[in-house]
Structure formats: C-alpha cells, structure tokens
Design a protein around this ligand. Structure first.
Ligand SMILES: Nc1ncnc2c1ncn2[C@@H]1O[C@H](COP(=O)(O)OP(=O)(O)OP(=O)(O)O)[C@@H](O)[C@H]1O
Ligand SMILES: [Mg+2]
Length: 231
C-alpha cells in the first residue's frame, strides 16, 4: 500500500530532517509511530499524505510511483487516505455535521446515504449534541473528535492520525482507539503518530516505528511493550 525507499526530506534549504527512511505499510496492518518532539513524525505523515515531497529516494502509494505520477492525479490518491492532522484543519464556515460529511459528499453521495452514519459516529465520539455547532465554538478536544470522525467516515484504505488522543480524556481516548481498531478490522491500514504510551497497550499494533535523529527504526510490538514495562 505504501513503500518508502531511502527517502530523505528537508524544508526549503534547511538540513535533512528525515534520512534514509525505508519501510512498507501493508493492507490491513496497524502501525504506531513514536519518537521525541521534533523528531519528524508529522513530517513523515505529510510525505505519506503527499503534502510534501522528498528530496531524495522513492515513494510509492497504492502501487503508483509518486515521482512519475502527474500532479493532477495526486488529489485522487489523497482521497483514498483519511487524515487526522495535529492541528485538526476543520473548515470554520461549516458545522460539525457538515465537516464530518464532507468526504462522503466529495464521493458524490446524497445526505440520505450518510446522515444516519455521520450522526452515529458523532455520538460515538461524544458529540451527538453538537451537530450544528461551528468549530470556533468547540474546545480543542471537541475539534479533535470532529477531525477524527471526518477521517474515518469514508472508510479510507489508509488512515493517518497525528496525536489523535492529545486533547481528550482517557474514556474518549479509549473510544477513539476502538474506532480505529474496528476500521482496521474492516481492512484499513492504520498509522498513528503518538507519545501516548496508553495507546500502545490498547491497539493491535503490528509494528512500532521509532523516529530519532532523522532515522526510522522498527521495534516488534511485544518487544517494545516488554521494554516499556522494564523501563
Ligand atoms: N514547515 C516547516 N518548515 C521548516 N521546518 C519545519 C517545518 N515543519 C517542521 N519543521 C522542522 O522539522 C523537524 C520535525 O518536525 P515535525 O513537526 O515533523 O516533528 P514531530 O515529530 O511531529 O514533533 P511533535 O511531536 O512536536 O509533533 C523539526 O525540527 C521542525 O522544527
Ligand atoms: Mg508532530
């Protein structure tokens, strides 16, 4: 589904913040991405979402070599990816319901086809009574939950989530992880960037990646847990 080979990335003329990154994400797998603040987790997710370009190496997504894919075909690839951005990126002029519905509208569905599902999803994340609110009137944690509902509503082939439990309490955090786990069981490949050790105990992670000093290393989930317990 996703393949990186010796990828490097820099912002502008700055230093390479990601170096020699190689990994694959297979269909139906579940991955965590850890590493200290500033290590490049968000930057790596941006590369996968095709929002940034690498300065070297090769990226292929859904079987397409990105370097040789025409720019006007990238939005079509992006639509197959659900993303929870670290800073949410909700549309301020739309209501909660409309923000979450957007991916389904873009797919050409009528409101009658998605209304019940969007309402159910928003109830699940504890926002069943805020359907008509505008993002500006929501707390950080509420905005985060809207962003999560929007990322999963179209059952994407790939889900990328950047610190998705950063602003919510443990109860809601648990519900969000259940949502991701259910989606993963339906075949979605999931990659979550997080510092939250509690997440790691809750998800069926096939693999935990760690970014440090621009490089990516892999820990098998159970080895990592054993290490975390010993520490
Ligand atoms: N738009 C940008 N322009 C220039 N440098 C950037 C930009 N975004 C991030 N960086 C730099 O790239 C490095 C990696 O940042 P990134 O946001 O990917 O880290 P992160 O692992 O997501 O951190 P955090 O855990 O705090 O979210 C940092 O040194 C940061 O200063
Ligand atoms: Mg980040």
């Amino acid at each position: 589904m996703v393949r990186f080979e010796n990828v490097g990335m820099r912002y502008g003329l700055g230093p390479e913040i990601l170096r020699d990154i190689s990994f694959t994400l297979d269909q139906g797998s579940f991955h965590l991405l850890t590493g200290p603040s500033g290590a490049g987790k968000t930057s790596l997710l941006k590369l996968i979402y095709l929002a940034e370009r690498p300065c070297r190496g090769a990226i292929s997504m859904f079987g397409r070599e990105i370097a040789t894919t025409p720019r006007d075909e990238l939005p079509g690839l992006r639509r197959r990816i659900g993303v929870v951005f670290q800073e949410f990126r909700l549309l301020d002029h739309l209501t909660v319901f409309e923000n979450v519905s957007l991916p389904r509208r873009v797919m050409g569905e009528m409101e009658s086809q998605y209304r019940a599902e969007v309402e159910e999803l928003l109830s699940w994340v504890g926002l069943g009574n805020r359907l008509n609110a505008k993002p500006a009137t929501l707390s950080g944690g509420e905005k985060q939950r809207v962003a999560i509902a929007r990322a999963v509503v179209a059952k994407p082939e790939l889900l990328l989530a950047d610190e998705p439990t950063g602003n919510v309490d443990p109860e809601i955090g648990g519900r969000i992880m259940r949502l991701f786990t259910e989606l993963n069981k339906l075949g979605t490949c999931v990659m979550i960037a997080t510092h939250d050790m509690r997440i790691m105990e809750r998800v069926p992670a096939s693999r935990i990646y760690r970014l440090a000093e621009g490089r990516l290393t892999v820990a098998k989930a159970h080895d990592f847990m054993a290490q975390a317990k010993r520490a």
